[in-house]
Design a protein around this ligand. Structure first.
Ligand code: CO
Length: 303
C-alpha cells in the first residue's frame, strides 16, 4: 500500500508541495510504525550529475559509481540528474526513468533514510548546483523529508580544489604530447557568475604550462580568445580534451564533430594539426578523487 501511494505521489511531482502535505498524515504511521518512536538512523549517498543521453558518457558515471561504492561499501548509493531535457529525452527514446534530485530525495525519504549526503558531480558551482542547493534546502523543511542532509561541493569549490584540478588535468595530458604542442581544454561555460571558475582555471593552467589553455562553449574564455593565443605563439599542433565530467554531446559535436564550427574544424582551418581526446574528466581517477573528498566531507558533516 505504501509503495502504491508513493508511485501515485511521484506522478504528482510537479505539485510536490501540495502532494507532500496530503501525504504527510498516512506516511507518518506507515513509515515508522509507532508514531512516537524516533526512526532508526539510516545513511545514504545521493550522487547528482547533469546527465547525458549519449552511451559514450556512461563510462564516466560507471567509474564514479564504482569508486564511491568502493570507498563506502556500507552506504547505499542513489543517482539523480539535474537536466530535465536529458531526463525527458531518455524517457522518450529509451523508456529509461531517471530521477530528478527532488524525486530521488522523495524516494529516499520514503525508504526511511534519515541521513543523506548529496554529492554534486557538477564541475563548477553554477546554475545547476545552485538549483540543487535550493531543492535540498526545501527538502529539509518538509515534515516527511530527510532530517539530516548535507551537500558536497562540485569539483571546483575552494582554491585548493582548483590547484588539485589543474595538476590533475596536466597529469592526464596525452603522453605523446611534446612541450611545443598546445593542450586545449573545453569547459562548458555559463552566463552564471560561476563562470569565473573557468577564468581562474585558465590562469592556474598557464602558470604551470605556458601552452595549456582553458576555453568554454558558452562562456569565457571563448574559443576565439584561445585561438588568438595559439596563433600568437605559432602553435602547430593541438591536443583537445573536454573539461566536462562526461565526453557527451559537447565533446562529440562542438569539440570534435565534422561541422565547420567545431573546435577541431576551426583550428584545423587555422592551419593547426588537431587531435581530440574523447574522455570525460570523471574517467580519470585523480579527478574523481577530488569529488570523493568532497563526499567524505559531506558525510562527515552529517554527524
Ligand atoms: Co550544454
Amino acid at each position: 500500500m505504501h509503495s502504491t501511494l508513493f508511485a501515485h505521489w511521484r506522478k504528482a511531482i510537479p505539485a510536490l508541495l501540495v502532494a507532500c502535505c496530503l501525504f504527510s498524515l498516512p506516511a507518518t504511521s506507515l513509515a515508522h510504525g509507532d508514531h512516537d518512536k524516533t526512526p532508526d538512523p539510516k545513511t545514504g549517498i545521493l550522487l547528482v550529475a547533469f546527465g547525458s543521453s549519449l552511451p559514450e558518457a556512461q563510462a564516466s558515471f560507471q567509474n564514479i559509481d564504482a569508486k564511491v561504492r568502493a570507498a563506502h561499501p556500507d552506504i547505499p548509493v542513489q543517482w539523480a540528474f539535474t537536466s530535465h531535457i536529458i531526463r525527458e529525452k531518455l524517457a522518450r527514446q529509451e523508456g529509461k526513468q531517471l530521477l530528478s534530485p527532488a524525486q530521488a530525495l522523495s524516494l529516499m525519504a520514503d525508504q526511511g533514510f534519515t541521513h543523506v549526503a548529496v554529492q554534486s558531480l557538477h564541475t563548477i558551482p553554477g546554475e545547476e548546483f545552485h538549483s540543487l542547493l535550493q531543492t535540498v534546502h526545501a527538502f529539509e523543511s518538509f515534515p516527511e523529508g530527510i532530517a539530516h542532509l548535507s551537500i558536497g561541493t562540485p569539483l571546483l569549490g575552494v582554491t585548493q580544489d582548483l590547484d588539485r584540478t589543474a595538476d590533475a588535468l596536466l597529469a592526464n595530458a596525452p603522453a605523446d604530447r611534446s612541450s611545443d604542442q598546445a593542450l586545449v581544454f573545453m569547459g562548458h561555460g555559463t552566463h552564471h557568475p560561476g563562470n569565473v571558475y573557468y577564468i581562474a582555471m585558465q590562469e592556474l593552467l598557464r602558470s604551470r604550462d605556458p601552452l595549456a589553455f582553458m576555453g568554454t562553449v558558452e562562456g569565457s574564455p571563448s574559443l576565439d580568445q584561445v585561438r588568438s593565443e595559439l596563433k600568437r605563439r605559432g602553435v602547430k599542433k593541438v591536443w583537445l580534451m573536454p573539461f566536462m565530467s562526461v565526453a557527451g554531446d559537447h565533446a562529440q559535436n562542438d569539440m570534435s564533430g565534422p561541422e565547420a564550427d567545431s573546435w577541431v574544424s576551426v583550428l584545423t582551418a587555422d592551419g593547426m594539426d588537431c587531435t581530440p581526446v574523447l574522455k570525460g574528466t570523471a574517467e580519470f581517477d585523480n579527478i574523481v578523487a577530488i569529488w570523493l573528498d568532497h563526499l567524505e566531507q559531506a558525510l562527515h558533516e552529517l554527524n
